[in-house]
Write a new protein. Structure first.
Length: 223
């Protein structure tokens, strides 16, 4: 019994995805970037392996975290360095849940951005212009929909009105709110694939739908 207990076979994962399959799902926060290198799925848990990169010194440290699969909830909370992160078991992506902090910068009067990478949208405006599937990725609080857009959760909203977000396409650095077709094509697949599935969006239809959505908000001078 002793040898069987201490020298028995180690539990093997059901599946393992390497850095080439999961690297784009990495998490970026002010102090650290958590570069995802592996996801190992077991019967009752998922284990994440990261390279934790210090944003100032660029020093790299190996880091692991895990979530239990015994809950039926879609968003499973876990802790990274004192921050609560959520694993979206449907889209297989990380979700951040921050409330707005600092002074708002309006994109348009109904849409505001905050220094902590949070976007808010007035409830009435949001429900008039966006599908319930796109809004399901936000938190509704005090008459506003709230996205921490750095986790890719705002991608459906950008897809449904890409012209509104073309400002971010002009930035030199890759931005999660970029309204270009290439960005949306990538982000839908990585961060919100269940949105595309529920909406019936197929690969062959995507460019047509994008161009159709690009017409929304077009002014006469742009026609």
């Amino acid at each position: 019994m002793f040898f069987k207990k201490f020298f028995g076979k180690k539990e093997k994962p059901i599946s393992v995805k390497n850095i080439f399959e999961v690297g784009e799902k990495s998490i970026y926060m002010p102090d650290y970037g958590y570069m995802l290198t592996q996801i190992a799925t077991y019967e009752k848990r998922i284990e994440f392996s990261f390279d934790r990169v210090d944003s100032e010194s660029l020093e790299i440290e190996k880091f692991t975290a895990s979530v239990s699969l015994e809950s039926d909830e879609r968003l499973i909370p876990f802790d990274i360095d004192g921050q609560t992160i959520y694993w979206d078991r449907i889209d297989e992506a990380f979700r951040l849940r921050y409330l707005p902090e600092g002074e708002a910068t309006p994109l348009i009067p109904k849409v505001n951005f905050y220094p902590n990478e949070v976007m808010t949208m007035e409830q009435e405006y949001a429900e008039e212009h966006y599908s319930k599937e796109a809004l399901s990725y936000a938190v509704l609080k005090d008459g506003e929909y709230i996205w921490c857009y750095n986790d890719g959760s705002a991608t459906p909203v950008v897809f449904e009105t890409p012209r509104l977000f073309l400002l971010f396409a002009k930035l030199k650095d890759r931005h999660p709110l970029s309204g270009t077709f290439l960005s949306i094509h990538s982000h839908l697949a990585v961060f919100t694939p269940s949105y595309a599935k529920v909406k019936g969006i197929k690969e062959d239809d995507l460019i047509h739908l994008y161009n159709k959505n690009l017409e929304i908000g077009k002014t006469k001078t742009e026609e």
